[in-house]
Design a protein around this ligand. Sequence first.
Ligand SMILES: [Zn+2]
Length: 225
Amino acid sequence: MIQPAAPNITWDASPNFWPGRSGRQPLAIVMHIEAGTEAGTDAWFANVKSQVSAHFSIAKTGEIRQHVQETDSAWANGAVAGPDLSIPWLKEAVEAKVNPNFLTISIEHEGYPDQPMPAAQTAASLALTAYLCARHNIPADADHIIGHCKIDSVDRGNCPGPTFPFRDLIEKAAAILNPPAPAPAPDPAPAPAASSTPAPDHRTQVSLDGVTCTIDFGCKSVTWS
Ligand SMILES: [Zn+2]
């Protein structure tokens, strides 16, 4: 898995979080839809009375804000109702009664569940997701990039809603993180094989009356010995 560069992120602190993760690591990224505006969500997260937050929110413009450090637990995914127990880590968490907030990174998206996201927002969501997957060693697949509805299908069944592009997002994040191996470079042209044929020997010897004569046809010399 390669580590993509961090997208531009504006810090916008929320007081609503637990410090730390109860000794655990984030295992999954949970997508939300704000069902409202970015300004309204930012104000809601900044208000201690709301008792809600997310690690990140993404405006329709593609601007990314971070409200809670990834090492801390945002208050986004705590209520579990009708969870999808086909997701192994979620099944384990439910059985062990571990609050999903300890195990997840949450991303809010400005807009409404039945409205497709603008291209700038989709691109920002992809860049942030790929960055977070690599940073926290989270696989880019449908068990680890999920909707809020997978944790609470009762009260949050429409979060982030039917138009959220999970398939496209997961495929593109996986392609960013695990690019296909480049085609191998062609082998360099083989060096000419060293000739195994010995250099022709032009010499020959003749004997004449006890005298040996070496005749070198190559240089046309004659040596008597
Ligand atoms: Zn939600």
